[in-house]
Design a protein. Structure first.
Length: 248
């Protein structure tokens, strides 16, 4: 596993007795920092700024790694090339789906080398849930989809899933719990939970405000709370005994 993106120590393997580490991306109070690859108009990645997205990709990959974004988001490809990673896409021919590295524009240098993933799978897969054929509240359909994505990963690669759905109705199982259970059933290891804050933290706890009525509540829309954060779940691919023997 890579170093934990939010500590300087290597993250230990996740076991049943060890809690999954939690990271946190804070929302900027002023304008976000400019990334070296971010041209004007380059969008955030589902609430994550381009510079934070590049940081995340850098921590989960290395030079030459293959990065597959199932949504084809332009900022992911731009960040991957800037970091000298190889963005890829899925190509289906004659019923067979495989990875294909996207050639860079003529003005962009190619990665120095592909250290892994070429012909063996992606080092990092990024996606959003729910999506067509993978409802984050349907454990059976999601497990089937997760199994297919796991097969696209090289041994030891990682899958990052951003949950874009609102919370379920009261009394039902949440999106995050369903995604984690489906990923584990598909053979992935739950590696990390990273909440992405979409709004800056308040200067003080609203519950301690002596005059709360003096401040208009901009956190509600049609009587419901506006989303303040987005869950990003990281899963690690596993390596079987046979795969380890082949690699050795």
């Amino acid at each position: 596993m890579p170093n934990n993106p939010f500590t300087n120590r290597a993250a230990p393997p996740v076991t049943r007795s060890e809690p999954v580490p939690v990271g946190l991306f804070l929302a900027a109070r002023s304008g976000p920092r400019r990334a070296g690859f971010a041209r004007p108009g380059v969008p955030d990645w589902h609430g994550l700024s381009p510079v934070d997205l590049a940081y995340l990709i850098r921590r989960y990959t290395r030079v030459g790694s293959v990065v597959l974004d199932l949504d084809g988001h332009p900022t992911v490809a731009a960040a991957a090339r800037y970091l000298r990673r190889a963005p890829a896409k899925l190509v289906t021919r004659r019923g067979v789906t495989r990875l294909q590295v996207v050639p860079p524009p003529a003005r962009v240098d190619r990665p120095r080398r592909v250290v892994s993933g070429s012909g063996r799978g992606a080092d990092l897969i990024m996606l959003t849930l729910p999506r067509a054929g993978a409802n984050s509240l349907d454990p059976h359909g999601l497990t089937h989809a997760m199994t297919g994505w796991r097969r696209l990963l090289r041994p030891g690669g990682h899958l990052l899933a951003a949950l874009t759905a609102q919370g379920p109705e009261p009394g039902t199982v949440g999106h995050r719990s369903t995604v984690i259970a489906a990923a584990r059933a598909a053979g992935l290891l739950y590696h990390q939970h990273i909440p992405l804050l979409l709004v800056p933290l308040p200067e003080r706890d609203p519950r301690t405000d002596p005059n709360p009525a003096a401040e208009p509540d901009r956190r509600l829309r049609h009587g419901r709370h506006l989303p303040a954060f987005r869950d990003l779940l990281a899963f690690a691919g596993t390596t079987s005994t046979t795969e380890e023997a082949t690699r050795g």
